[in-house]
Design a protein around this ligand. Structure first.
Ligand SMILES: [Zn+2]
Length: 190
């Protein structure tokens, strides 16, 4: 899920490569200072976005690396959330950062939700498109403990609640446009 409208606009432009295609190509798959990779974000129409993702039995080093790379990719795209299917890996892993620090969740599941809020959202996999989505205003999410067992529980409200719901939907092959009204598609810059 992209960040602010302004960030979303910048993000859509840079992802589409219509501002500076050369820079865009070279930054894709670049190894960052920390060793993280910028991954290719799959676009609407890619079948991986419509498949339910597999739960993880345990958290492997490979999955922790994937989470690091997803965070790096999300920050580079100026997004606030990213789900593993969006980088072509059909596992139940999401990363979110709404400005309060990174949250990495394996096998996340909404166990409680309350309230209702409507806001315009977009998706890094569907550049230039936004729509209004009704979601719970507060959620409690349970996920696999970071040591690979036990349960980790986080509570979110407002933007964090929205980002969590948006990203968890991705794990079930659901895209925000399935739920959105007043969908607007921005024209690409000439
Ligand atoms: Zn999305």
């Amino acid at each position: 899920m992209p960040g602010s409208m302004a960030a979303r606009r910048r993000c859509a432009a840079s992802l589409a490569g219509d501002r500076n295609p050369r820079e865009n190509m070279s930054s894709s798959r670049d190894r960052r200072e920390g060793g993280e990779l910028i991954l290719d974000i799959r676009r609407f129409g890619d079948p991986v976005l419509r498949k339910p993702a597999f739960p993880l039995k345990k958290i492997t080093r490979e999955m922790l690396n994937l989470a690091d790379n997803m965070l790096e990719t999300m920050y580079a795209a100026e997004g606030v959330g990213l789900a593993a299917p969006q980088v072509g890996v059909p596992v139940r892993l999401i990363v979110v950062d709404v400005g309060e620090g990174p949250v990495v969740l394996f096998n996340p599941c909404v166990v409680r939700s309350a309230g209702e809020a409507v806001a315009r959202e977009g998706c890094l996999s569907i550049p230039r498109v936004t729509g209004e989505v009704v979601r719970a205003d507060r959620v409690t999410v349970e996920a696999l403990g970071l040591n690979g067992h036990g349960v980790r529980r986080i509570e979110g409200e407002g933007l964090l609640a929205r980002a969590l719901q948006h990203e968890i939907d991705h794990l079930n092959g659901i895209l925000f446009i399935d739920k959105a009204t007043n969908i607007v598609e921005e024209q690409a810059d000439e």
